[in-house]
Design a protein around this ligand. Structure first.
Ligand code: ADP
Ligand code: MG
Length: 916
């Protein structure tokens, strides 16, 4: 770099201008926004005015480019001191200041001088206050706003660097230097709650950094952040400053420790560089922050890290800039002076390089240049004050100081806002919040679980209570409706049957309309009473159907419950089945025993017969019946003695030995007793299936039928009918019986009989005949059905059971014939008026009767021809009942199938709104 020449020109910002023509402050060209430059004196005005540039800086921070900020340089002239006044008395000052023009004239000789422009020219009369405001205040304000800042004094020893920067001003507050005033401004601006000020005070001497606050710590290393390039001194003490007093104490302490080497020029001057570092950390609220707008999308306050600005103010009181030969140092001091010069000359080289925009800036050549990396060519706002003395004796040093200042003015920095997210404090804040939330969550979780527990227990109790109540109510309802239902159906049927009979008798044709209401014809015979009755009936019907509907609904609602019950009954049913099997076994056993009893009975008869015969013979005086009953009787006796062989064998033997013909012949004996005994023997023989053929072959059947006709004796009738009944189990015999007018004879016998057992035998015989498919028409034609029905006058259950069996047999054969197509039209049973009795006894409490009738109803129902009569006769209700309630599953299924297969029944049930 060339220095200003005698030609009166100099370089500013790389532009050569004639020094004479300079009339504009350089600063305005360089950075019109700079507060330092534009209006240095007004910087004491409102704070934001003086930092107007910072809004631009904030804006620039977003693109990270920074704001150009040239290094500001002020020159300060020290007044003459006493000894200079004496020494220099004959000489004029070597400099002449033009503060209004911010110019300095350096006298070359008596007639020529060079003119230099500075950012500020401070005369020997400039107060400390003004110096602070012009040189330091803008930098301090930048630091408070989050920028790095440097204030540095350069000059020959004794020119007032320490005076400018470091005076404490304790005896004279007006004398306070830049450090003290800067801290005053900082402390006034920050908030002690949210911001912090930390201070290090160091000195650099012979390329060694020493902690002035902790002098034994004298080898502090410089650490550079490899990413940001930021320089820090982690080894240095950091003292938090919370008031001015503590700062003054810190400075005093530092000063006391400061190494000062005597020089010829000034015993108080220091050969070391003193460095004060002030770290200002401020939290930024809301919109003030450049980062906050970047972070705008993140609206959640909790996750928004606080933003901090970290400004660092570095105040450097450099060692004297005088050349070593003038300092008069010797020995150790010489080495020292070299080291001092090393850092200073490295600083000069760096500034030269920066001023010339050189590609290489030798920052790493010294500790001082490394420490001031950010201050020159970096991101800090830098203000340099160069101090000069007036004495012409030091004209050379003064000139060199001025040139240093001139070059420094060309150094451009890029100011950058040191703003960052305070993740650490966010993390701390979030940790605390998280702890709170976890505790709260655990508390709520516990409360929630307790509540759930409580509710579920309560619900359980309520559910079981409701279930219990519901089951009880349901069961009660079910029973009630079942009872009502059955009763009303029964009543309705009775009413219907009665009504039908009445109408039948009165020959008033009644048609049933679809809705079930009765409609009398227009014939003249309709009577008021009938109409009333019908209306009443209609009402009853409607009422009943409503009732039934309700009942049906109830039944439906209970169905599920019943189904459940049934499932639970399933196990019970298997027990019932077992019991039933046992019962059937018992019944078979009983039957067998009954058969045996019958045989024994026969033998008993035989014996009494024999006794009678013997008595007669004795009465006649010993006359014999040749080959007759005597031998028979004796045989019987013999057999009786050998009774251990069993009765069957004995009867069979009797039968063989006496001969059937003889026995049969006795049926026609004159003696009534003999006839009785004979018929008993024959009856007993007929009970054995093996004898039946022989009996019939020998004309026994004919004889028995004859007895029915000829005898008046009811015993004979009973026994003969029993025998006939036994023989009527065989199909051929059935035809024979029919061929010999058996029905007529049996009917006659029935009509005259009074003994229920006689009727039972007759009914049994007819019942057997009813089971023959071929004989249906004949049997009916000869009054067989009527005869059966006639016998129901006797209410003995045995008789009724046989009647029911006969009807069931007949219905079965008819059903078969209808299916085969050999029979058409409605059932002969219905023709002969059997239906009312059938319906009446369909639910007879005696199970043999009930079973036969249930079967008969099912058979009848299988043919549509019978359906109408069955409906009007009330048989439909019975079928429905059977299909639901019958304890025998096969019959229940049969009834159900029959009902669902019949369109007529289906239609009727729909009409009655029966849900089937
Ligand atoms: P340096 O630190 O540059 O070696 P000093 O600050 O120690 O110089 O100053 C040397 C002497 O000059 C001191 O006695 C100081 O009081 C005095 N001095 C310096 N500048 C001024 C000034 N502007 N006004 C009055 N006295 C000053
Ligand atoms: Mg000094």
């Amino acid at each position: 770099m060339r220095m200003a020449t005698s030609g009166g020109g100099n370089y500013r910002n790389g532009t050569y201008r004639s020094s004479l023509k300079v009339d504009k402050p350089l600063a305005l060209n360089s950075n019109p926004k700079s507060s330092v430059k534009s209006k240095p004196l007004s910087s004491s005005g409102p704070r934001r005015n003086s930092t107007g540039s910072l809004s631009a800086a904030t804006g620039a921070a977003k693109d990270d480019a920074g704001v150009p900020g040239r290094v500001r340089v002020a020159v300060r002239l020290r007044p003459r001191i006493a000894e200079e006044s004496v020494a220099d008395a004959d000489f004029a000052d070597c400099v002449e200041l033009q503060p209004e023009l911010k110019r300095l004239k350096l006298r070359k000789n008596n007639w020529d001088s060079d003119t230099y422009e500075f950012d500020e020219v401070l005369t020997e009369f400039a107060s400390q206050k003004r110096v602070y405001e012009v040189v330091a205040k803008p930098v301090v304000e930048s630091v408070l706003d989050g920028y790095n800042g440097t204030i540095m004094a350069y000059g020959q020893t004794g020119t007032g660097k320490t005076y400018t920067l470091g005076r404490l001003g304790e005896e004279d507050t007006a004398a306070r230097g830049i450090m003290v005033r800067a801290m005053e401004d900082i402390l006034a601006d920050i908030s002690l709650e949210s911001d912090s000020v930390l201070v290090s005070y160091l000195q650099l001497y012979m390329e060694t950094i020493q902690d002035l606050l902790d002098p034994p710590n004298d080898n502090i290393s410089i650490v550079e952040d490899p990413k940001t390039g930021d320089v820090s001194l982690p080894g240095a003490s950091l003292v938090e400053i919370r008031n001015q007093k503590s700062f003054l104490e810190l400075l005093r302490l530092g000063e006391a420790h400061r190494f000062a080497a005597n020089t010829k020029l000034n015993t108080e001057s220091s050969r070391s560089h003193a460095i004060l570092m002030v770290h200002v950390k401020r939290s930024v609220k809301g919109r003030q922050s450049a980062l906050s707008s970047e972070n705008g999308a993140n609206s959640h306050k909790m996750l928004k890290p606080p933003i901090v600005r970290k400004g660092k103010l570095v105040v450097v009181d450099l060692a004297g800039s005088e050349r070593i030969d003038k300092s008069g140092s010797e020995g150790h001091a010489l080495e020292e002076a070299k080291s001092i010069n090393l850092s200073l000359s490295a600083l000069g080289k760096c500034i030269n390089a920066l001023a010339e925009n050189s590609a290489h800036v030798p920052v790493r050549d010294s500790k001082l240049t490394r420490l001031l990396k950010d201050s020159f060519g970096g991101s800090a706002r830098t203000s340099l004050v160069i101090t000069i003395g007036p004495s012409p004796l030091h004209r050379g040093e003064t000139a060199s100081t001025i040139m240093f200042g001139q070059r420094a003015m060309k150094v451009e920095n890029m100011l950058k806002l040191k703003e960052e997210f305070d993740y650490k404090s966010l993390s701390r804040r979030l940790d605390i919040q998280l702890d709170k939330l976890i505790a709260e969550h655990e508390r709520q979780q516990k409360a929630f679980e307790d509540e759930i527990e409580r509710i579920s227990i309560e619900a359980q109790t309520r559910i079981s209570e409701v279930e219990r109540n519901y089951e009880e109510a349901l069961e009660k309802e079910r029973l009630k409706y079942q009872k009502d239902y059955m009763e009303s159906i029964k009543k309705l049927e009775e009413q219907l049957v009665k009504n039908q009979q009445k109408h039948g008798n009165e020959k008033v044709p009644v048609k049933l309309k679809d809705d079930g209401s009765a409609l009398t014809s227009n014939t003249e015979s309709s009577k008021v009473s009938t109409v009333e009755e019908v209306t009443e009936l209609k009402k009853v019907l409607q009422k009943e159907s409503l009732l039934r509907k309700a009942a049906e609904e109830e039944v439906n609602s209970l169905k599920n419950q019943l189904a459940q019950c049934k499932r639970s009954e399933a196990s019970g049913n298997s027990d019932i089945l077992k019991l039933r099997n046992m019962l059937e076994n018992e019944a078979r056993q009983k039957e067998k025993l009954e058969g045996e009893i019958a045989i024994l009975h026969g033998q008993l008869l035989q014996l009494s017969f024999e006794a009678d015969e013997t008595r007669i013979r004795l009465d006649r005086g010993g006359s014999e019946v040749p080959g007759g009953l005597d031998s028979l009787v004796s045989q019987v006796k013999l057999q009786q003695q050998e009774s251990t062989n069993g009765e069957k064998a004995s009867v069979a033997k009797l039968f063989e030995q006496v001969g059937l013909q003889k026995i049969l012949s006795l049926l026609e004996a004159e003696d009534a007793d003999v006839r009785i005994h004979a018929v008993k023997v024959v009856a007993n023989l007929a009970a054995e299936e093996t004898n039946q053929g022989k009996i019939v072959e020998a004309g026994g059947l004919t004889s028995l039928l004859m007895l029915l006709r000829s005898s008046e004796d009811e015993t004979i009738h009973r026994v003969a009918a029993g025998a006939i009944a036994n023989l009527a189990m065989n199909e051929t015999n059935q035809e024979l019986i029919m061929a010999q007018s058996g029905i007529g004879l049996l009917s006659m016998t029935a009509a005259n009989a009074e003994d229920p057992q006689t009727l039972r035998m007759v009914a049994g015989a007819i019942a057997n005949l009813c089971g023959n498919d071929k004989l249906q028409m004949k049997l009916r034609g000869e009054g067989g059905i009527k005869a059966l029905l006639g016998m129901v006058r006797c209410r003995h259950p045995d008789v009724l059971a046989q009647v029911a069996r006969g009807i069931a047999n007949f219905a079965k054969c008819e059903s078969r014939a209808s299916t085969q197509g050999t029979k058409t039209g409605r059932s002969l049973l219905i023709e002969d008026g059997a239906l009312p009795w059938i319906v009446q006894n369909a639910n007879n409490e005696a199970s043999p009767i009930r079973r036969h009738i249930e079967l008969a109803l099912c058979h009848l129902a299988q043919h549509e021809a019978n359906a109408k009569d069955m409906i009007s006769g009330g048989a439909l209700w019975e079928l429905v009942r059977i299909s639901r309630d019958c304890s025998r599953e096969d019959i229940r299924t049969l009834a159900h199938r029959t009902l669902t297969a019949s369109p007529t029944f289906q239609a009727e049930m729909r009409r009655l709104r029966m849900d089937y």
